[in-house]
Design a protein around this ligand. Structure first.
Ligand code: NAP
Ligand code: GDD
Length: 344
């Protein structure tokens, strides 16, 4: 019997890589797509199978994590072996603008899945993965951050994810449900949403290089992040559900860089020499004598997370996982793909 996986958030960056990964492992994959006025399946269109095809391996269902009825109904009908909850309002800055919605999706959404598993009495059948985040460490209380580092969240997004993490732990202890929480540090790819900083930079600098854009306006260039490749990180999500016992794992590269350094590496790849002037919000980046980088407080958060650095030792020991892609390979792939799509 083929294993069945159900992915909430299948249309997102991680959802698309995880679907590819599970199909290669011979799974039958079900995914939840939310209704929108325009088509939002771009990242998985290459995997789409005709609705009427026999022996299909990818099934899509309309649903929404804020709609408890659809969540329970889909779980009841699919009865998967594994559920991956990747759905989220995942933009930290946006979570300050729509905090109630963010909590509904990111915190209560997780509870809706957990309680559906419990009330449908599928505790023994389903293993559940919850997409937790390094943002939960917030204003970090220890460096590097491990599974034992206390959470100190700094945004409605991060607070909602702490709720989801603890609720997962509670359902594991109270009802014996197999719940594994990932604590994933930033992971990127050519499929990264265009308003996250890495993609904003690769796309923005590539457009400037091609003469399609004049300036790139950013926020906090001094923030440090531990950036990996999404393709590597979905493998860790799967590995967590292949264990005998549920547990929580930090997934990271163990290296951290400033946003400014990331930008410089992208510029180098594009053979653009940037000359910096000024500091903090007054930082300006010049290319061929013209200002191409500026900072604006619009892109700062009301409370910033300045530094993140993970230690993925437990994942290495128990899951046998380590990152395969370094930052330079990640940037190469992102810039190459942006150059290709912009030249088409
Ligand atoms: P993403 O690209 O923003 O994808 C989020 C997914 O959630 C999309 O499929 C989105 O659908 C879906 N979604 C949003 N609201 C929903 C709702 N109300 N009902 C059902 N689905 C909904 O995020 P990602 O980068 O792939 O990240 C995957 C998960 O890992 C997220 O939970 C994120 O918070 C977490 N995480 C990400 C990182 C990272 O660095 N990427 C690190 C740690 C944790 P649409 O396509 O329709 O918008
Ligand atoms: N988005 C954005 N846009 N961020 C900027 C900008 C800008 O113009 N300029 C500077 N930054 C800084 C942010 O202040 C932050 O410190 C850093 O760049 C990274 O920002 P994002 O790429 O938006 O990611 P994030 O770290 O806030 O959140 C991502 O990673 C988390 C894991 O740590 C998201 O994917 C979250 O969903 C995920 O949980």
């Amino acid at each position: 019997m083929k294993k069945k996986a159900l992915i909430f958030g299948i249309t997102g960056q991680d959802g698309s890589y995880l679907t590819e990964f599970l199909l290669k492992k011979n799974y039958i994959v079900h995914g939840v797509v939310r209704r929108s006025s325009s088509i939002n399946t771009k990242r998985i269109d290459h995997l789409y199978e005709d609705f009427f095809k026999k022996n299909k391996r990818l099934y899509l269902h309309y649903g929404d994590i804020t709609d408890g009825l659809s969540v329970k109904d889909i779980i009841y009908n699919v009865k998967p072996n594994e559920i991956y909850n990747l759905s989220a309002q995942s933009h930290v800055a946006v979570s300050f603008q729509i905090p109630e919605y963010t909590a509904n999706v990111d915190a209560l959404g997780t509870l809706r899945i957990l309680d559906s598993i419990r009330s449908l009495k599928l505790e023994k059948k389903i293993k559940f993965y919850q997409a937790g985040t390094s943002e939960m460490y917030g204003d970090v209380l220890e460096t590097p951050q491990t599974e034992k580092t206390p959470f100190n969240p700094r945004s409605p997004y991060a607070v909602s994810k702490v709720f989801a993490h603890l609720m997962g732990k509670n359902y594991r202890e109270a009802y014996n449900i197999f719940v594994s929480n990932g604590i994933l540090f930033n992971h990127e790819s050519p499929r990264r949403g265009e308003t996250f900083v890495t993609r904003k930079i690769t796309l923005g600098l590539t457009k400037i290089k091609l003469g399609m854009q004049k300036k790139l306006v950013l926020g906090n260039l001094d923030a440090k992040r531990d950036w990996g490749h999404a393709k590597d990180y979905v493998e860790a999500q799967w590995l967590m559900l292949q264990q005998k016992k549920p547990d929580d794992f930090v997934i990271a590269t163990g290296k951290t860089y400033t946003v400014k350094k990331f930008l410089e590496m992208v510029a180098k790849k594009l053979r653009m020499k940037i000359v910096w002037k000024g500091k903090g919000i007054n930082t300006r980046g010049y290319y061929k004598g013209k200002i191409i980088i500026e900072c604006n407080k619009k892109y700062f958060r009301p409370s910033e997370v300045n530094f993140l650095l993970g230690k993925p030792l437990k994942a290495k020991k128990i899951l046998g996982w380590k990152p395969k892609t370094n930052i330079s390979q990640l940037i190469d792939e992102m810039v190459t793909e942006d150059l290709k799509s912009l030249s088409e």
